[in-house]
Design a protein around this ligand. Structure first.
Ligand SMILES: [Zn+2]
Length: 703
């Protein structure tokens, strides 16, 4: 599970992944999206016309109560104005935390996959062993057989749990963690590792010593507006430990000591935005240096258990955190450390475990996101089945849903956008000719992945499902999938990176830029309305999929991406003066976004910097392509705004503001448009309007 999250973490994604929050399925809304361009234009024009009429009336009806005339003007709040019709139709169900197009389309994809599961579960047939059909059937049976799940308990993890619980000193405790990490990839305090592309030479793999698991995360632990959620989380820890068998007193005491450790570790942990900075996270250590860092661990022994001994280098992701953890690995903390790792293991497996753990975990997630009603077993089971066999469902998805024609149109648009960035880079006065050449080289060599992989990942074939009739269980099959991920990555260590591999499934509604491959990725599922629609106008598709593409390309030059060269290597190719100028512009962007707020909570300009740079760059690119065609600009602005419509519970918005590297959708739209000169030209925005920002205060790296 963690491997996949890590792979995504390395890439800059377009939007919050839909996993983890539940979505409402609303077929009508999706149908409407297919006719987005005409409907948006009509509603937009109608709204503009209404507005002018109302304004006229207001002038003559001065003195009349204006309570019912409190309508939104596009000059004051473009996002609200464009989306008011759509948003008035979206009502979050009790099972939902969030609505946006990404989630909506994911829910549709997911319900199609659910139908496939349903058919296979009931067709009474047997398929060839190892076929996707048989794997789905067998997995679904394991997921839904609660009796089997309750009987399995911790299953093959039980001996590992016992080793942690029975450790009588730090050495035994670290050994137990290393065994668990080496065999299944679970990690808590120390011993977590990942084999990923080497940032200094992205054609090779390297071993990364990963962060400790900080549970609800540094941002929540230290946030001013998040302490109520932290106490909910502490209650959850307490409940899980009691379910595990501790008495109320023991659980309360353990929860206190876990909290103390957690706050201590978080104080020495990088912030989310710092985790994207290779200057902070790419720290090369030899085995001996690693031993000097972790004086309280037998490093050669641990690396051997992890099966990654004998490497020339190990990359430590967070040196300060590592130092802190080393200092905590002393006998007086032994019980607290054991409790911490016990909880992490229970938490990591809760979704797959017996009914009681699964419910506690589900309730916690719901409380965190502001969801008041659970999806219910059946949907949860089908989602789990899909999560456990992502590539098998991916193959089924592309068979049914991929058009070569759409791929071609999108390829053409990518070419247009890459060309435009070249023009934009060439007109930058603050960049030297030599640096411009390097930037353009990065565009020319950018790899493009659209749709689905030519060759399906080896992990798909390696992942086999053992049915209940042959002794399998949900947990044992989950563990197999984790072992497959480890074996797959160990097989890769020492080989050349195959850059044609995909980390993202085709049914994912998202898009990515991966700096280590200098590549943009558009899974098959994003190539649909409202993001892309072959019936849409040129302007609307530029504001739709065009904006998405331009956003991803722009990540090649965001505050993190700019530090990698055309080969995907961490290699600063800017002069000191250019870098200083870049940082000055970045600071203005941080300040600019920090002035925006949602629910009275200011946007974290630092956390969202990379994504804001990408949004601002994308808008420069799109408007630069369109030029002064007011009609096409109007359509592009409208479509982009429509695509970013969203509704959130207050708790989910708090979650986003604290952890998401993207600004909230409304701000993604309004802040970008308020910094876009073309927006002022076509709508005649005045100083007194809400959207107005003085020309000297407008921000962006690319002008
Ligand atoms: Zn992005």
């Amino acid at each position: 599970m963690k491997k996949r999250i890590l792979a995504l973490f390395m890439a800059a994604i377009l939007a919050l992944p839909a996993t983890g929050c539940t979505m409402k399925i609303n077929e009508n809304i999706v149908e409407e999206a297919k006719g987005t361009q005409s409907s948006i234009k009509d509603s937009f024009n109608a709204a503009k016309k209404d507005h002018q009429e109302t304004q006229g009336q207001q002038e003559t009806d001065a003195g009349q109560s204006d309570a019912e005339k409190e309508e939104v003007r596009y000059q004051d709040d473009y996002y609200e104005f464009v989306n008011q019709n759509l948003l008035s139709k979206i009502e979050l169900a009790a099972t939902d935390a969030h609505w946006d197009w990404f989630g909506e389309l994911s829910a549709v994809v997911s319900s199609e996959m659910d139908e496939i599961i349903e058919e296979l579960a009931n067709d009474g047939k047997t398929y060839e062993k190892g076929s996707s059909e048989q794997k789905i059937k067998d997995m679904y049976e394991c997921v839904t057989d609660m009796e089997n799940r309750n009987e399995t308990g911790l299953g093959p993890l039980k001996p590992h749990m016992d080793s942690i619980r029975n450790a009588s000193n730090i050495e035994e405790y670290v050994d137990a963690l290393a065994q668990l990490s080496g065999e299944f990839g679970f990690s808590s305090i120390v011993g977590g590792y990942s084999i990923m592309q080497d940032k200094a030479d992205s054609s090779e793999y390297a071993v990364y010593m990963m962060y400790a698991d900080t549970l609800i995360g540094k941002e929540y632990i230290e946030g001013e507006n998040t302490q109520e959620y932290v106490s909910l989380y502490l209650d959850y820890i307490n409940d899980m430990l009691m379910e595990f068998g501790m008495s109320a007193d023991e659980a309360a005491q353990s929860t206190d000591s876990i909290e103390e450790l957690l706050r201590d570790i978080c104080a020495s942990t990088l912030t989310t935005e710092q985790m994207y900075d290779p200057a902070l996270t790419y720290n090369v250590y030899t085995e001996q240096e690693l031993q000097n860092l972790y004086t309280n661990i037998d490093i050669p022994k641990m690396l051997k258990t992890l099966r990654v001994d004998g490497q020339d280098k190990y990359i430590v992701m967070d040196v300060e955190q590592a130092k802190k953890i080393n200092s905590l690995l002393v006998e007086e903390n032994l019980q607290a450390l054991k409790d911490y790792s016990t909880f992490v293991m229970l938490n990591d497996t809760a979704k797959y475990a017996n009914a009681a753990y699964a419910k506690l975990s589900d309730d916690m997630k719901n409380a965190l996101y502001g969801i008041t009603e659970s999806w219910g077993d059946e949907k949860t089971w089908k989602d789990l089945t899909q999560d456990l066999l992502p590539w098998d469902f991916g193959m089924i998805y592309v068979e049914e849903h991929f058009s070569a024609e759409d791929k071609e149109s999108v390829e053409e648009m990518i070419e247009l956008i890459l060309k435009e960035y070249e023009t934009i880079i060439n007109r930058q006065e603050w960049m030297s000719e030599a640096t411009k050449k390097k930037a353009i080289r990065k565009l020319e060599t950018m790899q493009v992945k659209i749709g689905y992989p030519d060759k399906w990942p080896a992990a798909r074939d390696m992942m086999q499902v053992t049915p209940i009739s042959e002794g399998g269980s949900l947990l044992s099959n989950l563990l197999v999938s984790m072992q497959v991920a480890i074996d797959d990555s160990l097989n890769k260590l020492g080989t050349k990176v195959d850059r044609s591999e995909w980390d993202v499934t085709p049914q994912t509604i998202n898009a990515m830029y991966d700096p280590l491959n200098n590549e943009i990725i558009f899974p098959a599922a994003i190539l649909q309305a409202p993001f892309y629609d072959s019936d849409n106008s040129y302007g609307a598709n530029l504001g739709g999929i065009g904006f998405v593409i331009a956003h991803e390309v722009s990540h090649a030059f965001d505050s993190s991406g700019a530090l990698y060269d055309e080969y995907g290597n961490y290699n600063v190719w800017w002069t000191d003066e250019e870098l200083a100028e870049y940082q000055k512009m970045s600071q203005s962007i941080v300040d600019y976004y920090s002035n925006y707020e949602m629910m009275g909570i200011p946007v974290n300009g630092e956390l969202t910097l990379m994504e804001n740079i990408a949004d601002l760059g994308a808008m420069t690119c799109i408007t630069s392509i369109i030029g002064d065609d007011a009609g096409a600009l109007d359509e592009a602005f409208g479509q982009m705004t429509y695509n970013w419509a969203s509704v959130d519970t207050a708790s989910f918005m708090t979650y986003l503001l604290n952890t998401d590297t993207h600004s909230p959708n409304k701000i993604r739209v309004n802040a970008v448009l308020s910094s876009c000169d073309a927006f002022y030209q076509i709508y005649n925005i005045k100083e007194t309007d809400g959207m107005y920002v003085a020309p000297e205060d407008r921000v962006g790296i690319w002008k």
